[in-house]
Design a protein around this ligand. Structure first.
Ligand code: NAD
Length: 307
């Protein structure tokens, strides 16, 4: 994108800030990145370069890409930016303090978007002078590959602006009607992981079996139809109405047998051991590369979601 509204401030440049920076620059925006950690910029630059290369593979022919500049200060990054994507650690006081510094220098019509996974708009915006231009815009990791961005923006015109902005980056936006801890996807993911841990705790299956069941079963189906639509199809010609009538009671039976495990030291140890066994000696970098390669194959196969 060219024009006046071309500069984006990326505040907090760990895992999520790196992915956003790569995506924004791939779409021609000028990124000003800032992080308070000492010597953060060399690992940031290497990670962003690798992420930009992945986006290039998916988007094909080279386009007009933007640059990424490491800013000297928070204020330097924020001044002149039309979009501010905050990816600081998940702490209410830390983020509130950050927003007061951002608000002091931000352009009057700049949008302040938080990538928060589980904090709510209400708690994060409580001390802002102009709450209406603050939104939560939650990506899924890694943000330069995963299409989902969950939005909560109570002001309709700001929500429309956010939808336009993220859709322009080929993201799939989903808007919440009400502020909620964990938005939509992390609530679903947490519900699922709670039972995945419970299955291990109860000795029903080990970590690898749980993960394999998910990847080769529902995970594959959920990548094309959501939970509700999957059961509509599970009802055959009678659809969801028949499904609820026929198999609703068996769902309720399963719901009543689900667990609520406590993450005791003993259970944590079993989960860690199980994951190490599943990783089978592969390093974090190798696991991440395998995950990214799988995601890129899936994205290439479903072109509407490729960045
Ligand atoms: N990791 C995920 O899977 C994921 C997914 C979606 C959203 N998020 C959200 O994104 C945000 C960042 O998470 P992450 O995983 O990138 O964390 P991270 O630990 O990788 O990065 C956080 C960065 O913030 C910097 N930082 C520390 N204090 C700061 C401050 N006062 N102001 C600005 N930056 C500061 C740190 O130096 C670090 O580089 C969190 O709100 C998290 O909930 C994380």
């Amino acid at each position: 994108m060219a024009g006046q509204d071309n500069t984006i401030a990326v505040i907090g440049c760990g895992l999520i800030g790196q992915g956003w920076s790569a995506l924004f620059a791939s779409y021609g925006y000028e990124v000003k990145a800032w992080d308070p950690a000492a010597n953060w910029d060399s690992s940031f630059e290497a990670a962003v370069e690798a992420a930009r290369a992945q986006v290039r593979v998916l988007r094909g022919a080279p386009r007009q890409e933007g640059s990424i500049v490491v800013a000297d200060s928070l204020e330097d990054a924020v001044r002149g930016a039309f979009w501010i994507q905050e990816n600081a650690p998940e702490s209410v006081p830390l983020k509130i303090d950050l927003y007061s510094r951002i608000e002091a220098v931000a352009e009057p019509d700049a949008i302040i978007a938080s990538s928060t996974s589980s904090l709510t708009w209400t708690e994060l915006s409580q001390h802002l002078r102009h709450r209406e231009r603050f939104i939560t815009a939650h990506p899924f990791n890694p943000p330069h590959l995963m299409p989902l961005v969950e939005l909560y923006a109570p002001e309709a015109s700001v929500r429309a602006k956010a939808e336009d902005f993220y859709n322009g980056l080929q993201r799939k936006t989903v808007a919440l009607s009400r502020d909620a801890v964990g938005h939509i996807a992390n609530r679903l993911a947490s519900a699922l992981w709670r039972e995945a841990v419970n299955i291990v705790d109860q000795g029903i299956a080990d970590v690898s079996a749980v993960d394999a069941a998910l990847v080769h079963g529902p995970g594959l189906r959920w990548s094309v139809v959501g939970a509700h639509m999957a059961y509509h199809l599970g009802g055959g010609s009678g659809g969801i109405e028949h499904y609820l009538e026929h198999l609703g009671p068996s769902q309720e039976r399963r719901w009543s047998s689900l667990g609520s495990p406590k993450l005791t030291p003993e259970l944590c140890r079993r989960i860690v051991d199980g994951v190490m066994q599943e990783a089978a000696g592969r390093s974090m970098a190798e696991l991440q590369a395998e995950r990214d390669a799988g995601l890129m194959r899936a994205l290439a196969a479903r072109k509407e979601d490729a960045p």
